[in-house]
Design a protein around this ligand. Structure first.
Ligand SMILES: Cc1cc2nc3c(=O)[nH]c(=O)nc-3n(C[C@H](O)[C@H](O)[C@H](O)COP(=O)(O)O)c2cc1C
Length: 207
């Protein structure tokens, strides 16, 4: 059974200019758990449905929406640690994997990136890369256009999440230096999905 998430806020909050000015990568997290409301808000900012026509918070080339979110939950109140898939249509989570062994998330980073393990949760951004490349095959440069679009969408999504984290006062860092094969394995990805980014989120260690 899918787990319904709390309704996200769409009120006016801190000014956008303030969030842009104050956004910083944060790699030091406390051991505090984050609430499911924070998780819900960030997933909505990333891929939530914001239009009556099904359009989403993040723009998408040709409206294909090739991005899929896989979540590694490490410390979220009232949510079992494990791996979840975000379902935008119902703004809910589907549990797809059990708690991953200690140290496995740390090993996803290229080099030593302990913030992956210390984050309350990691949003894994994944994409139907092959399908998108095929869809835009007629556009020059052939084979590259679709991939460019996927990475642009990932960047737009990451900035939405980052700015929303700033507004909520929680720490976030975008990790694009990760081991592709290990990430596919740990996130239990279907073979048609490629990881494009990991977003670590946690309560800031010093305030
Ligand atoms: C495409 C991209 C990839 C990044 N990859 C990593 C990463 O693998 N690990 C990490 O700790 N930070 C990563 N960062 C964060 C940058 O290091 C950070 O944005 C930069 O140092 C500027 O600092 P600021 O975000 O606090 O303004 C990445 C940022 C971008 C845009």
């Amino acid at each position: 059974m899918n787990l319904e998430l709390p309704t996200p806020e769409s009120r006016d909050s801190a000014s956008l200019v303030g969030c842009i000015a104050n956004r910083r990568s944060c790699r030091e997290y406390s051991e505090a758990a984050l609430s499911i409301d924070v998780l819900s808000q960030l997933l909505w900012s990333a891929q939530g449905i914001t239009g009556s026509d099904g359009k989403r918070a993040t723009p998408s080339a040709g409206g294909l929406y090739p991005l899929y979110l896989r979540l590694v939950v490490q410390r979220v109140a009232d949510l079992e640690p494990g791996i979840y898939e975000y379902l935008p249509d119902t703004h809910s989570l589907k549990r797809v994997g059990d708690h991953i062994p200690k140290g496995a998330v740390h090993k996803l980073g290229i080099g030593d990136q302990p913030w992956l393990e210390e984050a309350a949760f990691v949003i894994g951004v994944t994409a139907k890369l092959g399908d998108t490349v095929r869809h835009f095959e007629s556009q020059l440069p052939q084979g590259e256009r679709g991939a460019r679009y996927v990475y642009m969408e990932t960047g737009a999504l990451a900035q939405n999440v980052h700015l929303q984290c700033t507004d909520l006062g929680v720490g976030c860092v975008l990790v694009a230096g990760f081991d592709d094969l290990k990430t596919k394995e740990t996130l239990a990805l279907r073979s048609d999905l490629e990881p494009t980014a990991l977003l670590c989120v946690g309560s800031k260690r010093n305030g």
